[in-house]
Design a protein around this ligand. Structure first.
Ligand SMILES: NC(=O)c1ccc[n+]([C@@H]2O[C@H](COP(=O)([O-])OP(=O)(O)OC[C@H]3O[C@@H](n4cnc5c(N)ncnc54)[C@H](O)[C@@H]3O)[C@@H](O)[C@H]2O)c1
Length: 428
């Protein structure tokens, strides 16, 4: 008989998973609190600007039933996967409200023997300390396998065409051995990559945090190198290229105008804050966050440096910001450093024009041409293909005086040859 799965949270993580499960023959419900998203999925229109999901939804024709009603889908499901957001609050403390609320709702309708997997990124201890007690309130003892509770952190990298939800290896950890086994079986049924069972749910929780913290500290390291090399007149990209020729023990990371998205700038805080509670101070992780958080300021300082050469002030300067999304070729603006760059520019009295071909909210011009026309200076905040492949002659045509390349993706020599000032992150 066809198994039924409910995916809770139809976002960047939940939607591809719902599509994959439907593809693999499950009856799929998508439970979300956002009626607009639910309606959109039921009309087979992706609420996310993502070709993979758009195509899948179109081809899957009604195979995913989206709903806001837990009573409609939870009791009917043998598998429930939770993909709700886990952000930080204003003080950078973990905000697990969505997780608690969703588990609380699920616990009211879940059947015995159901497999309940949390995919959301969580700090080590969340399942044991938060999820299990909520289930217990409804008399489900996960430690006795009344329901099978496991964690399988998601690794999806939206926009990545090589590594997709279907071929990324995954780790799972269960509250019990049986729960881990059941979760691993479920994922082996839908994913064509290794599914590794860890010995505890905490180890699975910690794995995800370690992966993303690894990225954050390495990006901070290379950002610091870029700032230092900038002073020494050394091109960071050339150095990274050089270091990358070492066949072992070096892995390239790239500097930039800031770290954004729902994961890298958020997940380290999950560990930093949790570790504090149990008496450990993550100095290194906190420093990495500090360095990465300083990059929007640094980017604007680079512009001020170029303005100084032109004997101009930032006050009243007409600055065009290219890109609002946190990374190339996606529409996701969460934690995007572009917003901080714009705020700093405005605070310093600049006139700011913003364009992003993937984002509708927050832009104030209709295209690259209008932005170039209205601006004297450019800060590139996102390396979308539309900006990378832009005809550089346009910069000259629109009399741009200086370019700050926050993603080191433009042809610096070409720009300089046109008599335009250029400054990248660790690159002149
Ligand atoms: N975006 C990524 O690239 C990525 C990658 C790996 C892991 N993650 C992790 O996956 C989780 C989800 O991230 P996302 O990017 O998909 O978030 P998202 O904001 O895109 O989607 C989350 C969805 O959950 C819904 N939701 C919120 N509260 C709910 C509730 N109580 N019940 C039902 N639905 C609810 C929201 O309406 C939204 O549609 C997070 O923990 C994140 O850290 C994200």
């Amino acid at each position: 008989m066809m198994k039924t799965v409910t995916i809770v949270g139809l976002g960047y993580v939940g939607l591809p998973l719902a599509c994959l499960c439907a593809d693999k023959g499950f009856k799929v419900y998508g439970l979300d609190i956002d009626q607009t998203k639910v309606d959109s999925v039921n009309r087979q229109i992706s609420p996310i600007d993502d070709d993979y999901i758009s195509n899948k939804l179109r081809n899957l024709k009604n195979k995913i039933i989206a709903t806001t009603s837990a009573s409609e889908c939870i009791p009917a499901s043998e598998v429930i996967v939770v993909c709700v957001p886990t952000p930080v609050d204003r003080n950078n403390s973990p905000d697990i409200t969505a997780l608690m609320e969703s588990i609380s709702t699920i616990s009211k309708f879940i059947k015995q023997n159901t497999l309940l997997v949390v995919e959301s990124t969580i700090y080590p201890g969340t399942i044991e300390e938060i999820v299990i007690p909520i289930l217990k309130k409804q008399r489900f003892d996960a430690c006795k396998n009344d329901v099978f509770v496991a964690h399988c952190p998601e690794r999806i990298d939206p926009g990545n065409k090589k590594w997709t939800i279907e071929n990324l290896p995954r780790v799972v950890g269960g509250i019990t051995k049986e729960a881990a086994k059941k979760a691993a079986e479920f994922y082996r049924g839908i994913i064509s990559a290794d599914i590794i069972e860890l010995s505890s749910v905490k180890a699975a929780e910690a794995t995800k945090i370690m992966e993303n913290t690894f990225r954050d500290v390495n990006i901070a390291f290379v950002n610091e190198m870029a700032k230092s090399f900038d002073k020494a007149g050394i091109d960071i990209l050339e150095v990274i290229k050089g270091a990358s020729t070492k066949p072992f023990a070096f892995m390239p990371h790239y500097p930039g105008a800031g770290v954004g998205g729902h994961c890298i700038p958020v997940d380290p805080y999950y560990l930093i804050e949790k570790a504090k509670q149990i008496g450990f101070n993550h100095k290194f992780l906190s420093l990495a966050r500090e360095i990465n958080n300083s990059m929007p300021d640094y980017t604007v300082e680079l512009l001020e440096g170029e303005l100084k050469k032109l004997k101009k002030s930032i006050k009243g300067a007409k600055v065009g910001v290219l890109g609002l999304a946190y990374k190339a070729n996606v529409d996701d603006i969460r934690e995007s450093p572009a917003f901080e760059i714009i705020n700093i520019l405005k605070t310093k009295g600049a006139d700011v024009f913003v364009f992003d071909p993937h984002v509708k909210k927050g832009i104030n011009v209709n295209g690259i041409d209008e932005l170039l026309n209205k601006s004297d200076y450019i800060i590139l905040a996102t390396d979308h293909n539309e900006f990378r492949n832009m005809d550089m002659e346009k910069l000259k045509k629109h009399k741009i005086l200086a370019v700050i390349d926050g993603r080191n993706c433009l042809d610096n020599e070409k720009i300089k040859a046109m008599g335009i000032l250029y400054h990248g992150i660790g690159r002149h």
